[in-house]
Design a protein around this ligand. Structure first.
Ligand SMILES: Cc1cc2nc3c(=O)[nH]c(=O)nc-3n(C[C@H](O)[C@H](O)[C@H](O)COP(=O)(O)OP(=O)(O)OC[C@H]3O[C@@H](n4cnc5c(N)ncnc54)[C@H](O)[C@@H]3O)c2cc1C
Length: 407
């Protein structure tokens, strides 16, 4: 491959690598540039998170050739249980047998390795990592990225997948709306005595949401779940200093003993939680995807899925452009991507933010109103079907890759 490719993707995280693979599955070539060392990112201590991959995102992974690599490595989510603290009146979402899983839980480290190895094996993807970018330019004739080692890459379009702190987005003059939640997510993996039964628990406390998400049993056959526990930022440092036994005892209290005694399987990590949303997701010969474009509260486990929707929509738009003989940086194509994704991402972002605020209101009256609303949803079949479609990532104008049909 020469130093020219159809597109240049800046950022080789979960979203950037998936974008490269989705485009390659349609015959579109890319350069992927990342400043981080992938070997360090694949190391055991790098990212202890797990991600709930919705069933529509799974269809895309299968459509771009990752089905065999992922099969058997994700833990199916067969039920979602939502409660206001440990009070009675929980909501539970159980799909019918024909509808299949709501999603699957994967370890981020496993996803990263799978995507990286597939990208490495592709003739249409050139990985440039770890490397620093020295210069970038965009004009009517195309885009160019010069690497610190002097290598010059060129293409029709820059796809920005740099995550929250996106420098290319800022340099392009794209402003973001953002705020901090004053909460940190304490993330870890626990062993527990009772099986989880493939249930994902979302328990809302006034101090923040607490999620217990099913994982496959360990190699030794121990039951495991991931926890995402949102705590006030002032308390996060104290929680991180707690002894594993003290922490396990605290978790058991929060879980009301539903999975029996628990034990930490790995050290906890802490992530600052914030919201951001880009004012525009395109500029001349440039598009934003994934966390470069939007970052939401992990309350509903939708951040990565939202980025995967960007990937599917952008792939479909670029394939249409290719069939029409258009340049990949054509303004009409970028405009179509922008119109398609802007509304969906804003709706998901605002509904997640509202959900978080709704459950943060303290007091008995607020709790009673919430539980009344949950009771109505629990008894109303169409309302439950709507929320399950959201969890599966099946709402809105779905790109073909997410429907599992050819582009
Ligand atoms: C606690 C927590 C739990 C979560 N759980 C879920 C979940 O269950 N389900 C879900 O769907 N989502 C979840 N999310 C959200 C999800 O993790 C993110 O949406 C997703 O990781 C974003 O991926 P990305 O590739 O866009 O960005 P990133 O993962 O941030 O990757 C960006 C990449 O770009 C590179 N980069 C950055 N700047 C440059 C530059 N200037 N030059 C070159 N390279 C650069 C970086 O090295 C990195 O590799 C969670 C988030 C948090 C915080």
């Amino acid at each position: 491959m020469t130093n020219r490719a159809d597109v240049i993707i800046i950022g080789g995280g979960l979203i950037g690598l998936t974008q490269a693979l989705a485009l390659a599955s349609q015959g579109i070539s890319s350069h992927v540039v990342d400043r981080a060392d992938q070997q360090a990112m694949l190391a055991p201590g790098f990212d202890g998170r797990t991600s709930a991959i919705s069933s529509s995102s799974m269809k895309m992974f299968e459509a771009i050739g990752l089905g065999a690599a992922l099969a058997g490595n994700g833990c199916p989510i067969e039920q979602i249980w939502v409660s206001d603290g440990l009070k009675p009146g929980a909501l539970d979402f159980v799909p019918s047998a024909d509808d299949g899983f709501l999603g699957q839980m994967f370890e981020n480290r496993f996803l990263r390795r799978t995507l990286y190895e597939a990208a490495l094996a592709s003739d249409l993807i050139q990985l440039n990592m770890p490397v620093t970018i020295a210069a970038k330019s965009r004009d009517a004739s195309g885009v160019r990225v010069t690497l610190i080692d002097g290598k010059e890459l060129s293409g029709d379009l820059i796809i920005v997948a740099e995550g929250r702190q996106s420098r290319t987005r800022d340099e392009a003059g794209i402003r973001i709306a953002n705020w901090q939640y004053q909460h940190n997510a304490m993330v870890g993996v626990i062993y527990h005595e009772k099986p989880h039964g493939n249930v994902a628990y979302e328990i809302f406390y006034p101090s923040g949401p607490f999620a217990v998400l099913p994982m496959l049993d360990s190699e030794e056959g121990r039951h495991r779940s991931a926890i995402v526990w949102s705590v006030h930022e002032a308390d996060a440092a104290a929680y991180l200093k707690m002894s594993p036994r003290g922490y396990a005892a605290e978790l058991e209290t929060y879980m009301g003993g539903m999975l029996g005694p628990v034990e930490l399987a790995a050290p906890l990590s802490s992530y600052k939680l914030g919201f951001h949303h880009a004012g525009a997701i395109t500029a001349d010969r440039l598009v934003l995807i994934g966390d470069s474009a939007h970052g939401i509260h992990p309350i509903a486990g939708q951040g990565l899925n939202l980025g995967l929707r960007d990937v599917a929509a952008l792939t479909e738009v670029l394939v249409e452009g290719m069939r029409l003989g258009l340049d990949f940086g054509d303004a009409q194509l970028l405009d179509r991507y922008s119109r398609w994704r802007s509304v969906d991402t804003l709706l998901v972002a605002m509904s997640t933010d509202s959900l978080n605020r709704l459950f943060s209101i303290p007091g008995k009256t607020a709790s009673a109103i919430r539980r009344l609303g949950m009771g109505i949803v629990q008894r109303t079949r169409p309302a439950k079907a709507f929320f399950m479609a959201e969890a599966r990532g099946e709402s809105g104008a779905l790109p073909k890759l997410l429907q599992g049909v050819p582009v």
